[in-house]
Design a protein around this ligand. Structure first.
Ligand SMILES: [Zn+2]
Length: 56
């Protein structure tokens, strides 16, 4: 995994206030299908969290 890939995950995008890109957060979590098993953040696609668990 490259640093760029990690930076694309919701976990990384939202972990620090100075890194929040609210537009990315909104477009990636407006219809969440996955929740991160590590930090509990949600995302539309499993590629945006570090430990994706399907939301049933
Ligand atoms: Zn996470």
């Amino acid at each position: 995994m490259t640093h760029h890939d990690h930076a694309e995950k919701m976990c990384a995008v939202t972990c620090c206030p100075c890194h929040i890109d609210l537009e990315k957060v909104k477009e990636r979590s407006n219809n969440p299908k996955y929740i991160c098993g590590t930090c509990g953040r949600v995302a539309n696609s499993e590629q945006y969290v570090c430990d994706p668990q399907p939301i049933s």
